[in-house]
Ligand binder design. Sequence first.
Ligand SMILES: [Zn+2]
Length: 252
Amino acid sequence: MQITPLPAFSDNYLWLIHAGQHALIVDPGDAEVVEKALHANGYQLDGILLTHHHADHTGGAAALQQHWNCPIYAPASAHPAYRALNATRVKDDDIIHFAGLPSLSCKVMTLPGHTLDHIAFYINDQHLFSGDVLFGAGCGRLFEGSPLQMYTSLQEIAALPAGTLIYPAHEYTAHNIAFALTIEPDNKDLQQRAQDTAILRQQQQPTLPTTLALEKATNPFLRCDALATQPGFHDWPPLDIFTEVRAQRNVF
Ligand SMILES: [Zn+2]
């Protein structure tokens, strides 16, 4: 199994998962980008995975389904964005299989916060497609959920194995690191990541996927316990620190 980012819009990645000639796409906001990649490689599309209802994640799903007659898996919510799609609704702990990709097992995780319906796809107990929940060195904005919901969702990701590879839907890493350094200027792992990220971006390379171990060392939203010792946080409870850091990031 191989996983390739397809850049779209200004900073989205549509993640293409493929084995042999069979492919899946996560969050196809733009059908044309996906069609081009399928055509260039001679792949057929076997399925579409949607993490949440925002248009930059779902906009190409209907056209791709019509062309390939493949299943769409989407959150089990009543949001009108899904109404026009002939989608199979999935929820926490559901397991999805694809006949064309028999070695692939996809588990659904419910992770509200960015939207109330947000789900993630955890493939072969190793690859997490986190949509707009977890980003490189950051997390998604709270458009619909509460700080407690997002904090709890991030804790659920943090409980996965440290070697888990994480595939967020946006290239926000450099800006997130610049913000994280305002929270933890002395974090050596974060300083190193800033250098590594700058080199990748100079070469116009993706900074993703990331690993859970790297996020735990550098992502302030996964470090709310550790941040209690930072000036300004005065041993606050982790959820209060999360809420404050998210508020600061909103205006950074
Ligand atoms: Zn979104």
